[in-house]
Ligand binder design. Structure first.
Ligand code: NAD
Length: 300
């Protein structure tokens, strides 16, 4: 089914997602506040809107892929101001649970049907159309949005009511962030104890420490050829984005009174890593901090 889509936010993730939606047959009108981004979008054959009003006039479904909650709330306010109503809004941005629930409430007051639909899979997943999408909102709206979701995602899960997509995303990423550091600590300790990194890798990957952070995104260079660590920590999932997600999990945990001691400690380490100027590198770079290659002063 061909859908008229208004796509707001054509950055590292949004641009390839918009391209994939157009390639899937949808009628996509794109918009970004960055003129250079808009230029690039038009040069690759994208149809560009110059205002939110144009997006509203064109779209049966508006999708957003924006940096953070404040950007999404401001954008929703603009959509409301331009008369968007009775139609679907799918927010793919990672904005955390509280902001998503605020957006759901705001949209409900103005008759907009909304889904929070954060993604994992990074820029590579966005380019391949193989993102994992976690969706919160009404199940009927989830069904209605399927043609649009399927154009960008290979794994699409209905997570529950408003905010549940964001909840799944922050819980998953908090666990992934903690596990990555656990793997780093094991390798740092093994090295000091005189154990070859390959020996620990072989034993752990067939034993109880086996996990994605070990066998797919191993933080120690030279053990997994395709891991970012084996390519100067380039590509992968940027440390600054991991820090953003860890902080969103911390904020949700504080709001709901859940003690997340390991999540808190891990957040401090990613913060240090980012402050040390490593934020654009893959989050596996945390190995360098854990291994003592960069100084770490705990403030606890
Ligand atoms: P990005 O900064 O590359 O893109 C965001 C785009 O939004 C920019 O082009 C910016 O100009 C535009 N923008 C900001 N405010 C706007 C507005 N009011 N109207 C129109 N355009 C506006 O960021 P990204 O890496 O594409 O990430 C987008 C979202 O996806 C974030 O929430 C991020 O946490 C999440 N995410 C990113 C990745 C990743 O690997 N990059 C992975 C998963 C999820």
């Amino acid at each position: 089914m061909k859908v008229r889509v208004g796509f707001i936010g054509l950055g590292a993730m949004g641009f390839p997602m918009a391209v994939n939606m157009a390639e899937a047959g949808h009628d996509v009108l794109g918009m970004d506040i960055d003129e250079a981004v808009m230029q690039r979008f038009m040069e690759t054959g994208g149809k560009a809107a110059l205002s939110v009003a144009e997006i509203v006039a064109h779209s049966d479904v508006v999708v957003t892929m924006l940096p953070a909650g404040d950007h999404v709330k401001a954008c929703v306010a603009e959509l409301i101001g331009a008369g968007y109503s009775s139609k679907l809004l799918v927010d793919f941005s990672t904005i955390g649970v509280e902001a998503a629930r605020d957006v759901h409430e705001l949209c409900a007051r103005h008759g907009i049907r909304v889904l929070d639909a954060p993604v994992t899979g990074g820029v590579m997943g966005a380019e391949k159309g193989s993102l994992t999408v976690m969706v919160g909102g009404s199940h009927d709206d989830f069904q209605a949005a399927k043609p649009v979701l399927e154009a960008v995602g290979a794994s699409i899960t209905y997570a529950g009511g408003p905010g549940c997509g964001q909840a799944v995303k922050v819980c998953n990423n908090m666990a992934a962030g903690i596990i990555k550091i656990a793997v780093c600590e094991a390798f740092a300790l093994a090295e000091r104890l005189g154990v070859d990194k390959k020996v620990l890798f072989d034993v752990a990957s067939h034993g109880s420490a086996n996990c994605f952070a070990l066998t797919t995104t191993c933080p120690v260079p030279g053990l997994v050829p395709t891991a970012p660590s084996s390519h100067g920590y380039k590509g992968g999932f940027a440390t600054r984005l991991m820090l953003k997600d860890m902080k969103l999990a911390q904020s949700a945990a504080a709001a709901y009174g859940v003690p997340v001691a390991l999540g808190s400690a891990a957040t401090s380490l990613y913060e240090h890593c980012t402050q040390a100027g490593l934020g654009d590198l893959d989050n596996s770079i945390i190995f360098k901090v854990v291994n003592g290659d960069f100084s770490y002063q705990s403030n606890k």
